[in-house]
Design a protein around this ligand. Sequence first.
Ligand SMILES: [Zn+2]
Length: 337
Amino acid sequence: MHPGGNPAAARPRIDPNQIPSPIKMQTDDQVAYAQTPYGTSGRAGNPPLASTDYMAVDEGNSNPKFMRLTVNQIPTTEELANTSHLPLALVVQPLAKLRADEAPIPLVDLGEEGPVRCTRCKGYINPFCTFTDGGRRFICSLCQFASDVPNAYFCNLDMAGRRMDLEMRPELMYGTCEYVPTKEYYNREARPAAFLFAIDVSWNSVQSGMLVQCVQAIKDALYGAQAEQWLRPGVRVGILTFDRSVNFYNLSAELEQAQMLVVSDIDDMFAPIQDGLLVDPVASRTVIESLLDTLPGMFQTNRTADPVLGAALQAAHQAMQANGGRLIVFQTTMPIR
Ligand SMILES: [Zn+2]
């Protein structure tokens, strides 16, 4: 009984049996793409679900691993977008890992001229741009503006209006390509990477065994069998440790052993050395290895409970400010300052 009301109104408006099961959808999608590749032209329908392990073939649109809309259909009006309550967004992951059976991303080098772009909106030339005036101009796929084709990029069109060199131009064939950048695209020359290891050496780190594991892992990374894969010439590495204070190490190759510099004023953090902090791991191998071997013993009796992660991050930021680099933190407790 529903006194004073319409019995029908009390019934749920959505029948739970009609709601598709997400688990089943994911399983079905995985089965569908287990053997069949996904062609990005969209002829086969919606892209595979984000949870599916699939092989994509770039047919002019990007592989969904690089770019994926939150919805497969874009609402035609703002009102529809608002009433649907579905977020409309684009997930962009430019360095997403490809599957081994997917084609590698082609590299385009257009020399000094750099990428060809729309004069008006600066959109990059792409498979959806069309060519007119015998190939002398191209229509931007984003804003429909007709830009001149640079002389060096000019090519005659075939009967169908396609460039004769189409298959030599990955940027006109695929949704994703890499460009060799010209000077316009960067502020400074690319420098080899720098890696700074920041290691918690407080009581918890030592007692839990993390410190021992950590120095071993760093040694493996720098000098183990896999090291050559990422230790390119010019790469520099540095080490700092922190407990109540932040400890820097001069790892210069000419030293017999690493020099430790302690900064205990964590409210006024600064990097006490510039030279010798980030070094060539090959030239300084003896110094680095002996420091790593020494660290567990050096802090064995450390009773400090609150490592100053915040100060260590500040110090690392200062040390790498000029040239940039990657900070790798080994921390065992919740940071409190
Ligand atoms: Zn444009």
